[in-house]
Design a protein around this ligand. Sequence first.
Ligand code: FAD
Ligand code: SF4
Ligand code: SF4
Length: 469
Amino acid sequence: MANMNPKKNPMPSQAPEVRAHNFKEVAYGYSEEMALDEAMRCLNCKNHPCVAGCPVNIHIPAFIEKIREGDFEGAYKIITKTSTLPAVCGRVCPQESQCESKCVRGLKGEPVGIGRLERFVADWHNAHSDEIPETAEPNGHKVAVVGSGPSGLTCAGDLAKKGYSVTVFEALHKAGGVLVYGIPEFRLPKTIVQKEIDTLKAMGVDIETNMIIGKTLTVDELFHMGYEAVFIGSGAGLPMFMGIPGESCKGVYSANEFLTRSNLMKAYKDDSATPIMKGGKVAVVGGGNVAMDAARTALRLGAEKVYIVYRRSLEELPARKEEVEHAMEEGIEFRLLCNPLEIHGYKNPEDPRDPKNGFVTGMRCIKMELGEPDERGRRRPVPVEGSEFDIDVDCVIISIGTSPNPLIKSTTAGLETNKRGGIIVTENGETTKANVFAGGDAVTGAATVISAMGAGKIAAKAIDESFNK
Ligand code: FAD
Ligand code: SF4
Ligand code: SF4
């Protein structure tokens, strides 16, 4: 008998007043009982509309059926037929706009908690198994992967399974891409990402860190070294700024820099030597997931007040609803319909060597109202004349978007990009340069983990086919 409760089993989580002061994971995950109860909510629909909502088409009713049978490893095997990072996706996928948005249970209540069940299965597997996926006999072909984010890791894993000798070249000192340097520990514990990377290494994938392709080596040099195909999964890590006065003041960060300092460089640890602004009043400009992560990180680093400054209203806020709710519960203040005009810096006219000179002292903003819809159908924010006001802040974190870094394009003859800097590819991930493939944010601009993973899979298949023509 199906469980017809219209509500999902709630996710057990740390209390907001506790978690606002620590970096431990917010959500604890389902127990076996909760997972079984939630799995009973699935109607095992014949046409399973949820599957089409998943960018890698995980067979959702089949894995949920296995949970109902108590066969959690069987459920894991079904998920990993198409997805390589279930413990990650079960945590960070925007399920509400993907698989769960298509679930029929959502018509008269809440959809089945597909992401929560996926996380449960992956965590169960990680706690009970050290099994390494099988790999084919070496086939003698060498492939280079640029970037170790979800697209690169997935492409590398799929190729290694088919017997390719794969080397991943990563610019940073640690592999994982945004999963390690961007998404904070309290949403995605780094041990989970490390486990995925260790598995890849155990499958024979070589990971070379501190290797900036375009600087340390070029794509053409990789071919000269014997690599026969190259996959570029270098992400979209170049931050955009607003171009307003005061952006060069001390205490202004891009969200990527702020999060990298905290996550990758461990600035949140008391004994860390990484400088970062701790305490004071912080304004985060922007309304996406990255802005929520930066705001919640600033709070955990000890800020006395954190504002989200966003130029549209709550309705248009692009971040996941769950992240917005978590941020609000933790005490982050949303200054909506509000746009920055200028950042003020301290200036001591008497003493140009005053060490306080140049530090942020506040931000001038203007109120906005929503006008006519733009080309994407979102109502355009329009400044309200004469409504300027100041916010008293010591730190401003800018989170208004990122784009692909032009370094690889500028050092690789024949590699074409579009006007937003995204590498131009065919539907198989082939670029305009022979034997060079690309996928993930480097192609689409900032998107999602699962779409980057999907692109890595498509490219791995195309690379394999190119050797078997
Ligand atoms: P990335 O993850 O960006 O990895 C690219 C890697 O390439 C990096 O490690 C980089 O150092 C390396 N690299 C770059 N240039 C070079 C070079 N020249 N040579 C060698 N290596 C290079 N998505 C979700 O689905 N859910 C979320 O909740 C979510 N939250 C996010 C929070 C933050 C703070 C950020 C920044 C992004 C978030 N995203 C989220 C988006 C998601 O993380 C990205 O879409 C995804 O990681 C893209 O994967 P990728 O493999 O294309 O690139
Ligand atoms: Fe849903 Fe993401 Fe899992 Fe696909 S990978 S089923 S979209 S949670
Ligand atoms: Fe189960 Fe919902 Fe998918 Fe139907 S649409 S199979 S109820 S998860």
